[in-house]
Design a protein around this ligand. Structure first.
Ligand code: B12
Ligand code: SF4
Length: 448
């Protein structure tokens, strides 16, 4: 059967990696199905999407959705359903943690909770066999009006999965996106990704060094078939540096294979000075660290990130000394945060001296502990579901910060970024937070 993924864009140049669909497409193809993708850019209307669906003629449409993509996806799928009756399944972080909301919307027939490979295959096989949607239980698949389904165990070992289908990703210039693990062991309260640990009893797995090296070797030798080869690697793992033995072995093999330059996300607790030296020698050019707040109180009590400011300062210095560029990510507008806490974030930023930084206004993602905190504190507004997760303005009725306070600090961060861009490049490149291709290689405040 043919499956079409719709990639919903929410920012004009924000188009990089559809990693979820990339894994799913590779898995479905291995089992004899065909898969394509259509990117719904900001210019596309529902009629354009209808035309694309007619052209691809799928038996099933799949959407992989973050919360940020949800509102636009909802409008497009509703419009699509008015004109065409092709079954639609949604998966990814937002449908996993707000399945009832997604299934209540027009045009969404099924939701996949958690890991999707086996579940999607079962759904496709069923539709192919019966030309109808499943009316019985399939593990991980929720149907409208039905309770949440049981989950199948996470795929283990990950090495058994085929390499990601590169034609699902919008990669350019040989810059490749890689995932070496699933799951993150840390407890950050704002993070949707870590909630897989709550759904599954044991979600954390990592590919073997041999599997990762084989995929990189295949890319280098042109096996992706797109003529792009391998010039740079962006590791999108939540925390690349969690298993020191694995990282050391990776560095050795990667160096032997030519040390293609790469970037990664890390937490400062998980790196050592020695590891940073080894990473740099293996080609690591850039590390993004989640700093999130300069207030140890906010990090410890609200975010459950217990690291000290001194550790952050040390690790940023070690990283610079190793010759690796740093990006720091910050969050603004947390519950219980005050202006004094935000001043501390600015002060810490000046001590860390990162090469670049991202700053994001906190949005409570469904399923996370902080979402529940916001609801319990009564600071989640009515109709929050229709408020975009744009990370520039708070949707919360915070007690200790006004929207003007948050706006003021957001502007102060923007001014610092503007000044550093002017100093470095002599022109104002995207300092106001406009997305550029460059920015897409940095990541969310909620990662690392
Ligand atoms: C890579 C990544 C990005 C990349 C690429 C995103 C992409 N679409 O692939 C970039 C840099 C563009 C990005 C941007 C952003 N991201 Co991001 N990102 C990630 C990251 C680190 C990895 C995602 C990933 O590829 N995982 C690997 C794949 C295999 O897992 P998966 O996506 O969950 O897919 C599996 C299942 O979910 C399921 N599945 C997925 N899709 C589908 C579809 C169907 C039909 C089915 C059946 C199943 C299914 O099957 C897959 C295979 O098992 C996650 C953290 C995480 N660990 O998930 C954050 C994460 C998804 N990002 C997040 C955020 C907040 C953002 C930004 C808003 C950051 C910002 N402040 O601007 C933007 C928003 C972009 C947008 N338009 O939505 C949040 C989303 C929270 C939420 N509830 O929405 C996450 C979870 C981070 C976090 N810790 O909270 N991101
Ligand atoms: S924010 Fe990063 S470190 Fe914290 S749980 Fe999520 S993925 Fe892990």
């Amino acid at each position: 059967m043919h499956v079409l993924f719709l990639e919903i864009q929410t920012e004009s140049t924000w188009s990089v990696a559809s990693i979820g669909p990339g894994f799913l497409a590779a898995y479905l193809r291995r089992h004899g199905h065909t898969v394509s993708i259509f990117t719904v850019t900001l210019d596309h209307t529902v009629d354009d999407v209808v035309a694309a669906v007619c052209q691809h003629a799928p038996g099933l449409i799949g959407l992989s959705l973050t919360t940020r993509q949800w509102l636009r996806a909802r409008g497009i799928v509703a419009g699509l359903r008015e004109q065409l009756d092709v079954p639609v399944i949604a998966g990814g972080l937002h449908p996993t943690f707000a399945p009832e909301q997604v299934l209540a919307a027009s045009g969404f027939d099924l939701v996949c909770l958690g890991e999707g490979e086996g579940a999607m295959l079962d759904v496709v096989a069923h539709i192919e066999e019966t030309s109808s949607l499943p009316t019985h239980d399939i593990d991980n698949i929720q149907r409208p009006g039905e309770p949440r389904p049981p989950l199948r165990p996470p795929l283990d070992p990950l090495d058994e999965l085929p390499f990601i289908a590169r034609d699902m990703l919008n990669e350019r210039y040989g810059v490749r996106h890689m995932i070496t693990q699933r799951g993150c062991p840390f407890p950050c309260t704002y993070c949707a990704a870590r909630m897989y640990n709550e759904m599954y009893s044991d979600y954390g797995r990592r590919r073997s060094n041999a599997s990762v090296s084989a995929e990189l070797t295949a890319l280098r030798s042109g096996a992706a078939g797109d003529g792009l080869g391998l010039s740079y690697i962006i590791f999108l793992d939540d925390t690349f540096t969690i298993n020191h033995k694995w990282v050391r072995r990776f560095c050795r093999i990667h160096t032997e294979n030519g040390a293609t330059p790469f970037s990664l996300h890390a937490r400062v607790e998980t790196v050592t000075q020695r590891m940073l030296g080894e990473l740099a020698a293996a080609g690591c050019k850039h590390i993004t660290y989640g700093v999130e707040s300069g207030s140890e109180r906010i990090r410890r009590e609200v975010m459950l990130r217990k690291v000290s400011n001194q550790r952050l300062i040390d690790v940023f210095r070690w990283t610079r000394e190793a010759g690796i560029i740093t990006t720091a990510n910050y969050m603004l507008g947390m519950p219980h945060e005050t202006r004094a806490d935000l001043e501390m974030t600015l002060a810490l930023h000046h001590e860390l001296q990162p090469h670049d930084f991202g700053y994001f206004v906190f949005y409570p993602y469904p399923g996370t502990p902080l979402f529940k905190t916001c609801r319990d504190l009564g600071i989640l507004p009515e109709g929050y579901e229709t408020m975009p997760a744009n990370h520039r303005q708070s949707i919360l009725n915070l007690r200790d910060l006004t929207n003007d306070d948050i706006g003021e600090f957001y502007d102060r961060f923007t001014a610092i970024r503007e000044a550093s861009y002017l100093e470095r490049y002599g022109s104002n490149l995207s300092a106001s937070g406009e997305q550029t291709v460059r920015d897409t290689y940095k990541h969310t405040a909620a990662t690392g």
